[in-house]
Design a protein around this ligand. Sequence first.
Ligand code: ZN
Length: 282
Amino acid sequence: MPCPICDDTRWKIVERGGVRRAARCECWRAANIERLVADARIPRRYQHCSLDNFVAYENERLQNAVVRARRFAEAFPVVDKGLFLIGPPGIGKSHLAVAVLEQVMTTRGARGLFYDVRDLLKVIRNTYDPVVKATEFEVLRPVMSAELLVLDDIGAEKTSEWVEETLNLIVTTRYNERRVTIFTSNYEEKEDRSDPDSLLSRVGFRMHSRLYEMCEFLEYDGADYRHRPPNAGSEDLLAMWKLQDRPSALPRRSGSPVRAQLRKPDPKADVAWPGGRAGSGH
Ligand SMILES: [Zn+2]
């Protein structure tokens, strides 16, 4: 149904002191927000996620993560650091990340963007295929310039020099431009720094220290929301958490079969970002 005030032109005529002029109709803001949310690439399975429908329970570290996430969303854009949500799969890290993203888009009109890290790398790689029309610049521009970016599941990608270079470029450019990022990862810090499933091994040394500069780390454990019965409340989740016997080590991914060999690009030439100062070494 078209807007009854402006007939969807998004402009209306206002009269002040006998002077008639055009002004933005109230529906313009709503349409703007709708477009921001639609352009944010939030996967369907997370589209319902908000801070209000996140079911927390008596789990101090999880509750702290929710408090920090809420505080971040309320303070945005006046925030120095992004967030890094770490812990085993299913404990609501992506839900929290998307909820914050959604809130800053709807309350601040911020330009937000969501990418699963593996998907992002795939999209960038695809631009090297001459058949694909999108250029690397077109893919990277919104990633570099989003006012809030969520990079979901970092560390899950198969590591290579190109992957490290590409992610470092993105993250460093955003850091230099003072744009905040929310990360999630299933890979925790380990005592043993050489453990192939430690966060450090998964993301590489440079990225690891950059993440500490850029983010507040929120590491927690909890019940697996994917296994909760319908309508489960806080009590049920607490019981599930207490009962579960999670193996301390996450499934090893290092042994996964090698995917089709991609043309190995020259990392520097291929990820050159004309607008950034990546690699400036600070
Ligand atoms: Zn209108």
